[in-house]
Design a binder for this molecule. Sequence first.
Ligand code: MN
Length: 721
Amino acid sequence: MIRLNDIIEKANSYLYLLEPELEVIKSAYVYSAKVHTGQKRSSGEPYLSHPLEVAGILADMKLDVSSIVTGLLHDTVEDTLATLEEIESLFGKEIAFLVDGVTKISQLPLTSKIDEQAETFRKLILATAKDIRVVLIKLADRLHNMRTLQHLSEERRKRIAKETFEIYSPLAHRLGIDWVRTELDDLSFRFLNPEEYEMISKRVTKKKKEWEKYVEEVKGILGTKLTEFGIKAEIRGRFKHIYGIHNKMQSQNIEFDNVYDVIAFRIITTSLRECYEALGAVHSTWIPVPGRFKDFIALPKGNGYQSLHTTVIGPFGERMEIQIRTRRMHEIAEHGIAAHWKYKEGRIEGGDSDKIYANLRQLLEWKDIKDPTEFLEAVKGDLIPDMVYAFTPKGDLKELPNGATPVDFAYSIHTEVGNCCTRAMVNRKIVPLDYRLRSGDTVEIVTSPDKHPSRDWLKFVATSRAKTKIRSWLRIEEREQSQVVGKSISERKFKQNGLDFQNMLKNRELDAALSELGFKDIEEFYLAVGFGKVSVADLLKLILPKGKLEQTPERESRLQRIINTLTRSTTSGVLVKGYDDVMIRFANCCSALPGEEIVGYITRGRGLTIHKHNCPQLLDTDPARRIDVEWDKGFRGPRAAKIMVVCSDRPGMLSSITRSIASSDVNISKAEIHSTDVDRAIGTFDVAVSNLTQLENLITSLKKVKGVISVERILGVEEAS
Ligand code: MN
């Protein structure tokens, strides 16, 4: 077990710790030892060994004091009675923030669907971490757990090894920390594929003496050559790690003995110029293999890696891989992101975090962050701030833009799920559909076949996918309605002109006229009529003899006109924005009159229904289907209304009432009177009025009729269909 002093010594080698920093590390150690007292690891060791080792790894990674302190405390909140508040009061905000970050990552449900969604899981970790140090601490934590994995059950070993291989090792690679990546790869490989690991590792051991001798010989030749060229450089020879050898064998389908670049040489120079000079020295000594030279100095890798790579035919006729880089490039290759904390006298140079993070830019080049400045913004706050990651109940992970709602989530699963989404549960609690999802949320969508997208959803959805799908649903619906409306208008207009529309269609009599107007088929025409783009008269003009249309006045009696108005609302008196000729009906439930505030409701296939704005039936309907309408100011009616008159049951009563109605200049279209058993009669009258005022005046005058007990307007006017 590593001792506190070892950690301090490691840290001191690059941090030059000040007294207060030493004190913080020591007190974190004491605190961690106290709260973990009595806990043991699966290996039987005291639990404290784990945070100590993690802190040691963090010092190996050359991280700052806060990271090392967090390493000591990283499991306290999750596994002991310690609280975040206590950590904050003892160690300050920064440490509490880091501990909280590590705890949050530990609590992510990462286990399922790793194969298919590894990349998204990695991004979830970055999104959750918020501070890059949290990811690094988590990597150190994972590295130590992997080093001690043999103490766990077979099943857990496999699961954790897989998670490490799919998620953490690529993260280490992305952050450019090569030594952590290779160790994680080897350890994962060891537990996922023990036989293969054992086989390669035995062969490596067997060859080791031979290889070491070879390395020394090559180093000798190379050293002499570099000196000849006047280059001062360090030469290193190292064996490929076991997973790397396995990978080579697999990808090139070769046997162990044929893996030629098990040994790689590195030339570490002091200047950039010397890199290219050393390359010249190498190529003038041994023949380069064509196509194997790569200049990662001029064109660095995505994670910031820089080096010259070449393969030559070596002194014994074998292929030999050589990497050439400066010391600084070497540091970055080994320590990646951490090498960008430039320590000067133990302090982070530059001071403000913006500058430190600016260096991380190229290291975290995730495919889908296109604009580098956007990424710079990203590292200042959240690591991946513009995305949230939420789970389905089955553990599928969905990546959505920040601000996404359950409706966006539903559409990301399937269009139908979105279209029928009625309710949402987040972490088992019901939330409104415009709830803003957060990373790590588990979202359950409740669907119902009766539910349909609402125009209101457009106000809060964040994904373009959801927007497109909602709009397209609304558009289809609008089309369908317009077609139905268009059809109804067409049929009516034809009938008025004494033509049987349906019959003419069947007999293809309309085909020529339709195509002359530029319509492919009748459906297209309906649609155009429904949208008010074409008038039915345009079609009639082509069919009727010239001048016939204009000469066809609607020959209607006064009574007929009233009835038409009552039953059909040909000229409804209602103005609908954007619709000139839409089919309008007045809802029976409230039979609105001019003078009353009204709202239009788009029915499914029955045109527009007009309700009073406060009609209870209207308030029950989908708000997305309501549209603004208003009364045509020039409209003089009439409109149907119904009144109920209670009066004494005596002869002549009915004629008194009808006379009174007539004298108010109101027409009666229907009258019913029946007697009750207490000398009373109840009469209901369907009347045609031009507006609310006229109806109110009528009621007032009726109340004055002798024998009339009460008069009231009743709703529920029957409209003939
Ligand atoms: Mn841990």
